[in-house]
Design a protein around this ligand. Structure first.
Ligand SMILES: [Zn+2]
Ligand SMILES: [Zn+2]
Length: 156
C-alpha cells in the first residue's frame, strides 16, 4: 500500500492519518515478523529522528484500538504487532524468539460453532522450536559428532 492508501484506511477507521501513524503502518506492512514496540521504534526512528518512544507506543495503541493492527500477547516480555488483523495462528520459537504465521490443519474460526459453543474470537499461540533452528541444531550436532571422532575420544 502507498501513503495515500494507508491514509484512506486510517480515515475509514476513524483515525486522523498522521505521518507517524502511516509510518508505523508501513513499517508493519514491510516487516511481517511481528515486531515488538521497541523494534517498531528502532525501525521508524531513522526516517523520523525526532520521534519519541512514547509516541510510537501511543501510535501502536491507537492503531490497535481502531482495529488497524492486531496485538499479540504471545511473548510474556513484550507485545508483538501484526498488520494482518484477520485471526491466524502464531508460532513462537523458544530458541530464536521469532514469531511466525503458521497454518494449522484444523483451525477454528470466528463464527464457528464447536460442539454447541459459539466461537467469537480466536487467538492461537503455539510454542516450540522453529524449522530454521531445528535445521541449525541438526547441523551443529552433526559437526560435534565429527569433532568427537576426529579428537579420538567420546565424551558422551
Ligand atoms: Zn527459531
Ligand atoms: Zn501474524
Amino acid at each position: 500500500m502507498n501513503h495515500e492508501e494507508h491514509s484512506t484506511k486510517l480515515r475509514k477507521l476513524g483515525l486522523i492519518p498522521t505521518i507517524q501513524r502511516v509510518a508505523v503502518l508501513k513499517f508493519l506492512e514491510n516487516n511481517r515478523v511481528h515486531p515488538t514496540a521497541d523494534e517498531v521504534y528502532r525501525g521508524v526512528k531513522d526516517s523520523f529522528p525526532s520521534l519519541s518512544k512514547a509516541t510510537v507506543y501511543n501510535v501502536l495503541d491507537a492503531l490497535k484500538r481502531a482495529g488497524a493492527i492486531r496485538e499479540l500477547t504471545i511473548a510474556r516480555q513484550a507485545a508483538r504487532y501484526d498488520i494482518m488483523t484477520s485471526p491466524h495462528p502464531h508460532f513462537m520459537c523458544r530458541v530464536c524468539g521469532r514469531v511466525y504465521d503458521i497454518d494449522l490443519p484444523h483451525a477454528v474460526h470466528e463464527g464457528d460453532v464447536v460442539d454447541g459453543h459459539q466461537v467469537e474470537s480466536v487467538q492461537t499461540y503455539i510454542y516450540g522450536v522453529c524449522a530454521r533452528c531445528r535445521e541449525k541444531g541438526a547441523k551443529n550436532s552433526a559437526r560435534k559428532d565429527q569433532e568427537t571422532k576426529a579428537s579420538g575420544r567420546d565424551d558422551a
